[in-house]
Each structure stands twice: as C-alpha cells, then as structure tokens.
Design a protein around this ligand. Sequence first.
Ligand code: NAP
Length: 319
Amino acid sequence: MILLTGGGGFLGQHMARCLAERGEKVLIMQRRAISCPPLLKDYWDSHIVQEVGTVQDLPFLLGLVKKHGVDSIVHGAFASTDLAGGPYTVADNSLHHLVDVQVNGSVNIFEAARLHGLRRVTFISSGSNYDALPGQPEDWHEDAYLPTVTFAPISNTKKACEQIALLYAKTYGMSFVSLRVGLVYGPASSRGSDSFYAMVAGALAGQRTELPKVPANLSFPMVYAKDVGVATALVHQAAQPRHYIYNLMNTRTSSMQEFADAVKAHLPQAQISLGPAMPAARPIHDVPMERYREEFGFEPCDLQRGVGAFIEWCRSGRY
Ligand SMILES: NC(=O)c1ccc[n+]([C@@H]2O[C@H](COP(=O)([O-])OP(=O)(O)OC[C@H]3O[C@@H](n4cnc5c(N)ncnc54)[C@H](OP(=O)(O)O)[C@@H]3O)[C@@H](O)[C@H]2O)c1
C-alpha cells in the first residue's frame, strides 16, 4: 500500500489514478474527506481508499502505516490555503501553520518512513525552487546552486524539505526522491483562481474569458497534470532511481498567451483576452529535462497535446 498525502487534491488525484492504473493500492490522506471524484471512480474502493488526518500528527501517521501495511509514501500534501492570492505571499497570520504543515509535516513523513523502514519517500517539490536563480531557465538543472537568500513560501519550504530529506537519506539510508514540478494544468483543477481551467471551460461553454490580471507574456515551465501522475508513478515504482532530484516540466517554458493560443487551436471559437504584457517578463526558454527523460524514458507532452488532452477530458471524460 502506498500512502499518498494530499491525495484528494488536484495533483493528488492524478497521482492516485496513475498509481492505481499501474496496479498499486493507494491510501489517500488529507484533512477533509472527499467523495469519489470523476478521475478516481474506476478505482475507488478497489485500489484507492482514504483516511482523514494531518501530516502534523506523527503518532497518527505511524498508526496509519501500521493499520494499512503502508510500504512507501508519496508526499504531496500542501497547505495551499495558507497562501494569499498567489504563490508568493503568505496569508495573514498563516506562516506558522504553513511551516508546520510543509516542514514539520514533511519531517513527520520522513520519520514515519524511517521508523517503519519504508521502501521510499517520493516528495512533490516545485520548479519554483529555481525562481530566483540568475540566468535563464536553461540553467535550471537539478544540481544548480540555488540562491541562499529567497523569500517565497513555496520554494523556501520545498528547499528546506529537500535538504532535511537528504539528511535522512544519508543518515538512515532512506530512499528519497524529489520531483520539481512545473506549473500544472489539467483535469480536477476546478479552483476558481485557475486561469488554465477558466480558459478551457469558458471556450467549451462558448463564453468569452477575460483575465485582465494575467499578463499575456507571463511565462512558466508548465506541465500537463496526467503527466505528473505518470511520471510520479514511474519514479516511485522504480527499483533504484539514480538521483535524488528530478525536474518534471515541459522542456520549454510557455507564456499564458501561448496557452490561450493552444486553446484556440483546438477550439477556434474560443475568445480569450489576457492582461497587458508586463515589462521584464521571463523570456520563453528551454528547460533541462534530460535527467528524467534519460532514466525513465518518459517526457511530458508539449503544450498543444496537453491542452488537447485537457479539452478531451472535459468533453468526453477520456483520460
Ligand atoms: N498545482 C501546481 O501547479 C503545482 C506545481 C508544483 C508543485 N506542486 C505541488 O504539488 C502538491 C499538490 O499540489 P496541488 O496543486 O494538488 O494542491 P491542492 O489541490 O491544494 O492539494 C493539496 C492537498 O494537500 C492536503 N493537505 C493540506 N494540508 C494538509 C495536512 N496538514 N495534512 C494532510 N493533507 C493536507 C489538502 O487536503 P485538504 O483539502 O483536506 O486540506 C489537499 O488534498 C503540493 O505539494 C504542491 O506544492 C503543485
């Protein structure tokens, strides 16, 4: 049994499904119970079960491992609600909780894995670890020296967790892998703040989508959600990954305008208007994905195919 923390969330559902499709039994765990979402309906109860709880509670985690015979952990829980209107600001009075969930919660996961001698912990990290790195995205290779002084809630806590996990790996021989995931779009991302979902859903509904606060030239390393699920499953099931850290994103950054154009290429009736270009936006650039591709023989699909698959899911439910 694989314990998947945050399994009821956006990415968690993709990881749960892709692990289940590969024959794994998955125990999803988050703070609130979810009812079976469309993505998981073929595997609910047969391959996927859930428990409710928090990664902040080590005795609970130890009990969970014992009760379900957990043999490895994919750790994706994230206190998204502690962020304020975007990834770079913490909501009022939420920093202690954010750090408690992200850092102490991760330490609890590593400790539970150590105490029970689990096979592996796969940690869902973030491409935002590279945000403040000087140079272009082509320099975002996994062994890059990341800047010492940064002020971003996601990357600061993700970097802290990676460092602590490496200590666990060295001290106790724990098998640890971290996936630095790009900005994800795809099914199950129905949160109101998701511009990707808004563009696709608006186009399918024949409605104009206005996103005046999203600069057209804002660019990210993007990745289709199903590919994150597949890639996580491949890493997690691998006998012996060669590295601790892997990038998991498209081999090229994309702008929001390119995403809108991809939607229009599939749905010519789409009417999407984005905000004015911002000065000094990150240029569109290549991103290193060789490490993952060469070892696992898999690469996330490009934006055109990813947007096509997203639309297909919305139309027909084909995953
Ligand atoms: N989405 C992206 O573009 C992206 C990009 C790179 C990396 N990531 C990483 O991928 C992971 C999943 O992100 P997401 O976008 O899927 O976020 P999400 O939809 O907000 O899901 C987060 C999940 O974590 C659970 N959670 C929160 N606090 C918890 C706690 N104390 N104990 C146990 N579970 C808890 C949530 O459950 P409740 O709802 O019950 O609180 C939810 O199921 C995160 O680690 C995130 O940093 C995401």
